[in-house]
Design a protein around this ligand. Sequence first.
Ligand SMILES: [Zn+2]
Length: 242
Amino acid sequence: MGFSGGAGAGLLEPKPSQTIAIPVIPDSGSANGLSSPTRGTSAAVPGSGSAIAGRSAGSNGLAGPSAKSKICGRPGARLVRFRVLVESRLATTPGQFVTDLLTVLCDKRSWTGSGRVRFQYDPQGPLLIGLRSPKSTERRCMSLIHLSVNRYYSCGTPREVVLNSDRWFTGSRYWPGSVSAYRPMLVNHEVGHAIGQHHRSCPKDGALSPVMMQQSKSTTTGGNTCKPNPWPLSYEWRSVRR
Ligand SMILES: [Zn+2]
C-alpha cells in the first residue's frame, strides 16, 4: 500500500522538527482526530538512553538506539537517513527493528543495488520508519495520506513509513511467497515509496513482480499473474531518483 498519486502525498505531514520528535498516536482517541494531519503529539526524546533497548518516544512507543549506524550503499549516492519508532507491546525491540531494516536495505538486491541511494539509521534522520499495531497503522496511514489500510496493510510516504506489525511478523495471506520473503518485500515496497517510487503492475504473465506492485494484496493485475518477488527489479532501480 501507500500513496499512488502524485508527489503531494507527503504534504499532509507536519514539518519535521529540528529536535528529535517522534509522532505519537494515542491508543484511544476521538474519530474526528483522524482527519487532522497534525493530530500526533511530539514527544521529546531524552538525549541519553540505552543503545540497545531503545528510548522512550512517549506513552506508546520507543525510539531507536542513540548511535547512528554505518552507511551502506555506494559512496556519493543519495543518503536516506531514517529513525524508527516501535510501538509498545510489540514482540521486538527498536534495536532489533533497526537491525532487521538494515539487513534488507543494505542487501545488494535492495534499492542500494541501484547505486543511486544509500541508507543509514540515524536517531535524527528525517525519514521515520515505524512498526505499529494494525489499529495504530490504520490511524496513522489515515492521518498521513487519508488512506485506509483496512487494519491489514501498511503505507509509505516520503517522510514516513508505517509498517503493520501483523504483516511484519506473519506475512500476508494474499502473498504466495514465503513468510521469510515477505518482510523484505514489505520493507522494499514501503521504503520504495519513501524514495519516490509509485505503484507498478504485473507486466506479463509469469514475469517477476516488480517490488512496487501491491503484492500484499495480489500478484495479479490486468489479467497477468506475476511471481512473488521481494526485491526491486533492474528497471525499478533505473527509475530511482539520484
Ligand atoms: Zn504501496
